[in-house]
Design a protein around this ligand. Sequence first.
Ligand code: ZN
Length: 164
Amino acid sequence: MIEEVDSNVKGVNIGDEVVIYNRLFDGTCRYCLIGHEELCVNGGLIGVVTNGGFAEYAVVPAINAIKVPKNVGLDEAATLPVGALTAWHMVFDRAGVKPGELVVIFGGATGNVGSYAVQFAKLAGATVIAVSRKASKVKDALMGARRRLRSNAGGGSSASERVK
Ligand SMILES: [Zn+2]
């Protein structure tokens, strides 16, 4: 929750509930100018290049404070800056998933990033196959996947063989 705002800040106000985009960036370098502020040559992570990553109070640039809509819980919103952005980057920026494509999510498909990747790939119109070793989580965590496979930690056929 925003406790204090500098007088020249616009867009966030005292009392707003926010999540913090934890990547600092200058907005002017060659990477920022092409929309890849995560690669900013003058940037870094809050808590790594600055203090306050786990502090009760932290001072961050206003652009890093993202308002949480009233209909979104803070627990859900807290997963967005890392889990959702990482998955978004993988599915749309790196893989360029298109409608009708087959996407297989290996390793961590039931985790934070993997669950978002399943949802984003489905949103892109892909058929999604999700693979996880954690059988207890596969059913609930992989909503949207056409197929859910539990990989074997040892013995038996590997998940990649069963996908074929
Ligand atoms: Zn930059």
